[in-house]
Design a protein around this ligand. Structure first.
Ligand SMILES: Cc1ncc(C[n+]2csc(CCOP(=O)(O)OP(=O)(O)O)c2C)c(N)n1
Length: 172
């Protein structure tokens, strides 16, 4: 069963509203900015299950060095999707001031496979290829900012416990 590690804020709000009950391995980050990919790496090297990170571009910008560590470990079950909306969406849409920054280029120069996509068809193809690959791929997915209505109240200890219990009891 897929384990998804979601950036704090918008990514967590959206994924929680899609299908939280059927996805006990949705690991929402709560208040913890800049750690999503690092948490995903830790999970990927401690389980054989597939792990997908949904990272924010602001969060990744805070912790670019994580990409070097991901490339060094290169677990075959990890895929990193960067939700690149060019803003700090969760806190009101402030500009990242990073329009000249090439996240896929940074990932590649850190030793990872990387691809940039701009529509859902390209994303679907890239995600399929990435999950079939035995190397980590970073998919930089350019999206428009959204402000979801849903603001699920997360109980973070419960979320972490639920992920841990699902990984230790259920491998289907
Ligand atoms: C260390 C730290 N700095 C700032 C914040 C406040 N904060 C919460 S979400 C967020 C924006 C995150 O931006 P991004 O990762 O691009 O995701 P988006 O909200 O655009 O989906 C900020 C600045 C925080 N929680 N932790």
């Amino acid at each position: 069963m897929l384990c998804e590690v979601l950036n704090l804020g918008v990514a967590s709000y959206v994924l929680a509203s899609v299908s939280d009950a059927e996805r006990p391995r949705n690991f929402y980050q709560w208040g913890s900015m800049g750690v999503t990919t690092a948490v995903g790496l830790g999970l990927a090297i401690s389980t054989d299950e597939p792990v997908t990170v949904l990272e924010g571009d602001g969060s990744l910008l805070m912790s670019l060095g994580t990409l070097t560590t991901v490339a060094r470990c290169d677990p075959d079950n990890l895929t990193v999707v960067v939700w690149a909306n060019d803003v700090y969406g969760t806190t009101g849409g402030q500009s990242l001031q990073a329009k000249h920054t090439d996240f896929a280029g940074i990932a590649e120069n850190s030793g990872l496979d990387a691809v940039t996509v701009r529509d859902s068809e390209a994303f679907t193809d890239a995600y399929r290829e990435a999950t079939e690959s035995s190397s980590v791929t970073v998919i930089v997915c350019h999206v428009d900012p959204i402000d979801p209505d849903a603001r699920p109240p997360f109980d973070f200890p419960y979320i972490a416990r639920r992920v841990r219990e699902s990984l230790s009891t259920d491998s289907s």
